[in-house]
Ligand binder design. Structure first.
Ligand code: HEC
Ligand code: HEC
Length: 280
């Protein structure tokens, strides 16, 4: 009798400890591979809020979808096609996870359902006036590679362009980031840098984590760039031409070209910054 209850206890212990590890694995997988595009209960990012997704869809569909949204779309799955339309044609990249790993992630998502507080909590809104010029400057320096990342990751400009006169033209491998903050939210951009979900970017930062402070500076800079992009300045374009003249602009361009990556220190336009702060 005693030995029987001992065995029973051992089984309970063994089962509950595998449950705990599965849950931990689910959480860490989610934070490594999904968090840049999804929240559970805190709203839409690049992809849908996954709160309750296990009640909306069946498990085999979820496994297929997560492993390869593209294949489901190719097969003409109507749900996947509707999602694709809803998300402006953005196809979730294939997630190279085993069925067990996906079950672990879904388990983690299912456990978050009681967390209603996350839904009600308003997103932390950072006003333009709260941004510090020093942080914006650091963000720009890191973005263009004037200051190296502490852990040695590549400068963002190698792959991404910004629509702003302040920096040289960036790479065209990846999307232009001018409006990334309003599009993905500050949280989304931060998560994207902390855990890049796209292969080329993931490789660039493999084992070279961008620190929290560096991420915050870049997010500040990107928010600033969005508010001061060329489009916003368009009304002043005529005045700018009068001020500098076309020749002046050509000379300036040549100058920046020669300076290359070693450009001057104070390149975030502090006049623009101050004007922005006054009007914000
Ligand atoms: C690069 C961004 C990105 C990453 C990373 C990503 N997803 Fe997605 N996901 C999307 C987008 C966009 C959609 C909706 C549009 C589509 O792809 O059809 C989506 C859709 C989904 C859906 C369907 C939601 C519904 O309402 O039916 C599930 C489930 C899902 N993702 C789970 C995951 C999980 C789990 C991970 C991590 C293992 C993950 N995604 C990683 C962007 C992403
Ligand atoms: C080696 C190239 C490379 C580097 C370096 C790189 N990225 Fe990316 N990044 C990509 C690719 C590829 C994508 C996904 C495809 C796309 O968005 O065009 C991406 C996507 C993104 C996205 C999501 C874009 C969107 O709106 O869908 C953000 C935000 C981002 N990167 C920010 C950064 C920041 C900030 C840095 C510097 C810390 C950086 N990236 C460095 C290649 C790179």
């Amino acid at each position: 009798m005693k030995s029987l209850s001992f065995v029973a206890t051992m089984i309970v212990v063994a089962v509950s400890s595998t449950m705990v590890t599965a849950q931990d694995r689910g959480e860490s997988l989610f934070n490594q591979t999904c968090v840049a595009c999804h929240t559970v209960g805190a709203g839409r990012l690049i992809g849908p809020d996954l709160a309750g997704v296990h009640t909306r869809r069946d498990e085999s569909w979820l496994i297929d979808m997560i492993q390869s949204a593209q294949s489901l779309i190719d097969e003409g799955d109507t749900v996947a096609e509707a999602l694709l339309t809803e998300y402006d044609g953005f196809i979730m990249p294939d997630q190279p996870l085993s069925v067990d790993d996906i079950r672990a992630v879904l388990g983690y998502i299912a456990l978050q359902r009681g967390d209603a507080s996350a839904v009600d909590e308003p997103a932390v809104e950072v006003k333009l006036t709260d941004l510090l010029p020093d942080n914006i400057q650091l963000g720009q320096d890191l973005f263009v590679g004037r200051v190296r990342f502490q852990n040695g990751g590549s400068a963002c400009i190698a792959c991404h362009n910004l629509n702003t006169g302040d920096v040289m033209t960036g790479g065209s491998l990846a999307r232009d980031l001018t409006d990334s903050v309003p599009r993905l939210t500050r949280f989304g951009v931060d998560a994207m840098i902390a855990n890049p979900p796209f292969a080329p970017m993931r490789v660039a930062f493999e084992g070279k984590k961008v620190t929290e402070q560096e991420r915050a500076a870049i997010v500040d800079y990107l928010q600033f760039v969005d508010a001061n992009q060329d489009g916003t300045e368009a009304q002043n374009y005529g005045a700018v031409l009068l001020q500098y003249g076309l020749v002046g602009i050509a000379v300036l361009l040549g100058f920046f070209f020669l300076l290359g990556q070693r450009g001057s220190k104070e390149t975030v336009n502090h006049t623009i910054y101050k004007r922005q702060i006054k009007t914000a």
